[in-house]
Write a protein that binds this ligand. Sequence first.
Ligand code: SF4
Length: 402
Amino acid sequence: MKYFIKTFGCQQNKADSERIASAFTHRGMTPAKGYGDADYVVINTCMVRRSAEDRVYGLVQNLGKLKAKKRAMKIVVTGCMVGLAFRDKTGKYLQSIRERMPEVDEFMPIEEVGFDNQPVRQDFINAWVPISNGCNNFCTFCVVPFTRGREISRSYEDIIEECLHLKSKGYKNVTLLGQNVNSYGADLLVGENNIQVMRDLDKTYFSEKANIHISSQSLGDGMSHKPVYVKHLGRYRIPTLFPYLLEQVAEMEFERIEFFSSNPWDFSDELIDIIARNKNITRLIHLPIQSGDNTVLKRMNRWYTTEEYLEIINKLRRKVRGIKFSTDVIVGFCGETGEEFQNTVKLARLVGYEKAYISMYSQRPMTAATKVFKDDISHAVKKKRWQILEDLINKPHLKRHQ
Ligand code: SF4
């Protein structure tokens, strides 16, 4: 029996596909060269934009034609679309994908795959290592908290073990992956409802208990640490272990360690210091801004201002020689005025990003923006704004003339 996996979307999905491959290998199957010779086709889906979802519907339709000609091919759909379908308590989304894709034999939640087996990697130099899954932040435009659920951190020891294994196999580079790596470990320390727990705590908690130590066993390095409390708008927020994890992986002497994605509101001073003192940690930091306008950021439920964002950039520039930045931007978010967009352009000029992943806003099911705001910027205006930023940030030959 042979399997073929088609992956849509981000690096996290690609890392998940390596673990899906592992699960199939453990069932005694081998990889197929393409759809044509596969007994099982697994489609790992993405929902970040409507276009990604539409591509899945198109592919399943084409596979349906192949399946009609070919013997017993099975089509399995997993990833974000299935995650949302199983989390939508009304059952409407599951019903709608079942109706739109009758060719599918199984809708498989990605959680069924798990971390138990070693991933089947195609690359023998660079490895992705998932450290957490899901997100607690509920940015109003983003479907991820609904597709992947609440943030769950993988055990510290498991991650360390996987990285040591990669080192022993000769891997040179690792990328630590999560929707928000900076808050890694919060649930391990204060439970799954960590943000709520921390918000509801009395202020004195932090003066009295901020120095609690985590047992050396849970850190896996025989040392005692206290968690880093990540601040938000001058208030303590949640404890995280990410700075320690990053440093411990850096000390394994890989040539390069990257981490992705990393939200501005959880970017601690401790993390900056650790990047500064470990030269094998990437000097290209991905720090999603999404918009360079404070009122748009508020509508997006992004918990930082452009001033705070620039403060992180400046701190990193002061402490880390040769640091560069990449980012994510959404253009044409609900109600984005010309002036608000120009603030994003100004901020992009100020930071001088190396690269940006620019997307035109599209409504996503279950998100607050879809429920509360109007998607009122025309496609033509979104496209124009997208082009302006694309030329400014991602076209180096044009950059020289600006
Ligand atoms: S931080 Fe915001 S944009 Fe990123 S995954 Fe979470 S909800 Fe989505």
